[in-house]
Design a protein around this ligand. Structure first.
Ligand SMILES: Cc1cc2nc3c(=O)[nH]c(=O)nc-3n(C[C@H](O)[C@H](O)[C@H](O)COP(=O)(O)OP(=O)(O)OC[C@H]3O[C@@H](n4cnc5c(N)ncnc54)[C@H](O)[C@@H]3O)c2cc1C
Length: 441
């Protein structure tokens, strides 16, 4: 038997776990697993807020692909097109010409990107919070704003530097806002020129509640927590414009801000537009509960999908409901999908994915949190502790678990790092200046 080639598009929560399981279960005579991702690492997104806040080293919230996927072929590059009818994918490696890869099975898992709206100024002034690069940038930028505010005698400039706006009150937005505020408050002890009251942290949320993943009372508790810390929480409010950093809200308020973070939802990867897979009205790939791609009633043989880019029926709810875009579903779907691919290759039937969403845990800064798991509600320290233990248990590999726990322990005894490494964003500047010919200086 010729080994089947399984192409895994994207090595995030779905791709990494699926590739790991496939390569463990299928011997080299049965299958070759090829993994393509533009990054050489998987990003454990639930740790991005803590990485931005300096509780975890950013490097430890990512998982190196080549180290974890030793039995797979890893290719750093982007899949740009898939012609499933011909079972081929085009890959743009980080260097060199586009390559065509033939496959027998494809796992489509490029995840999602920020879902934005055509708001004037957003493209120029906003930043998302989905990648490790964004988390590192935001950390350096926010700490850098403290230095700007401390250095300037201009009160308007200072107010603008210390105004931080987050748009979107899901767990990514709330955790990012709460963790960054907590870190900045910590950092202020080294800035005698600044007071905590000088900072303005604003949450703009279009609906009347935050954290839709938990019950209303837990969302209300979260709002009370943030208000108690002096944050400005605007529910039922939309960002209308941010041209030149002047934030205009739908409630009529307007103020300048140097920091505008967009965390108002996700949409499936736009790469899917260059494929021939069936999609639903939200542009997700339509799947059966077995994670096989389905076109109407017809299974698209050899095509599998899961995670943020897929519409997977949620069998624990009424028909017509789909699994939410969460790491919780992505990882479990990945394992089910890998087992189903093995089943199909070995001539057996695939099995339906079924998982009742267990709930959510969110950190609101050091020792603060909110959690609702299997109906049990927790607030404050117990919720924060649960958040840490849960995510430590979920991040792939023992290596990462040990490093993350070491980071937390060090931060407990030595306090977290609150230094900005803004030079990272333009590392050649000093050398370019120094090496300029005398005539050009
Ligand atoms: C800040 C933040 C906090 C979160 N916290 C939680 C939480 O507490 N609990 C929870 O359950 N969920 C959480 N989530 C959501 C969770 O991280 C996602 O639902 C999950 O990552 C989805 O997995 P995925 O594999 O579909 O996508 P991803 O994990 O995003 O992986 C997609 C991969 O595809 C790659 N890719 C993209 N385009 C291409 C291409 N053209 N070719 C090849 N590869 C490509 C990307 O580089 C990436 O590695 C959080 C998300 C964020 C942003």
């Amino acid at each position: 038997m010729n080994p089947k080639r399984i192409l895994v598009v994207g090595a995030g929560h779905v791709g990494l776990y699926a590739a790991l399981r496939l390569s463990k279960k299928l011997g080299p005579r049965e299958a070759e697993v090829v993994v393509v991702d533009p990054q050489p690492h998987m990003t454990y997104q639930p740790f991005l807020p803590e990485a931005a806040a300096g509780s975890i080293s950013p490097r430890h919230s990512v998982v190196p692909l080549r180290r974890e996927l030793r039995r797979c072929t890893v290719l750093v590059g982007a899949v740009t097109k898939i012609n499933h009818a011909a079972r081929t994918a085009l890959v743009q490696p980080i260097v060199g010409p586009t390559r065509e890869i033939r496959y027998d099975h494809v796992v489509i898992a490029p995840g999602s990107v920020s879902r934005t709206l055509p708001i004037p100024g957003l493209h120029e002034r906003g930043i998302g919070f989905k990648t490790i690069g964004e988390a590192i940038y935001l950390r350096n930028h926010v700490l850098d704003r403290l230095d700007v505010a401390a250095a300037t005698p201009d009160s308007e400039l200072r107010r603008r530097a210390l105004t931080f706006v987050f748009v979107g009150g899901g767990y990514a937005g709330i955790e990012a806002l709460a963790e960054m505020e907590d870190m900045t408050r910590d950092a202020l002890r080294y800035y005698p020129e600044l007071n905590p009251e000088d900072m303005r942290w604003v949450l703009v949320e279009a609906t009347q509640r935050v954290l839709p993943e938990v019950d209303r009372d837990m969302g209300a508790y979260t709002v009370q927590q943030l208000l108690g810390r002096g944050m400005d929480i605007r529910l039922g409010t939309r960002l209308e414009s941010c041209v030149d950093g002047v934030v205009q809200l739908s409630d009529g308020d307007s103020f300048p801000a140097d920091t505008i973070v967009w965390t108002a939802g996700v949409k499936p990867s736009p790469m899917l537009d260059s494929t021939d897979f069936p999609r639903d009205e939200r542009r997700r790939i339509t799947c059966r509960p077995t994670l096989e791609v389905v076109d109407g009633d017809r299974v698209v043989a050899g095509a599998w999908s899961a995670g943020d880019c897929a519409a997977v029926p949620d069998l624990t709810k009424e028909p017509g409901n789909y699994c939410s875009p969460s790491a919780q579903h992505a990882v479990r779907q990945a394992n089910r999908m890998a087992d189903n691919i093995v089943n199909v290759i070995r001539g057996q039937e695939p099995v339906a994915y079924q998982h009742k969403h267990a709930g959510s845990v969110a950190s609101l800064g050091l020792y603060k949190g909110v959690a609702q798991v299997y109906g049990i509600k927790m607030r404050g320290l117990p919720a924060w502790f649960m958040h840490r233990t849960y995510h430590m248990s979920r991040i792939p590999s023992l290596n990462r678990k040990v490093r993350v726990v070491a980071d937390w322990t060090l931060a407990f005894f030595l306090k977290r790092e609150v230094v900005a490494l803004g030079q990272l964003h333009d590392p050649r500047e000093e050398f370019a200046e120094a090496s300029q010919p005398v005539s050009a200086r």
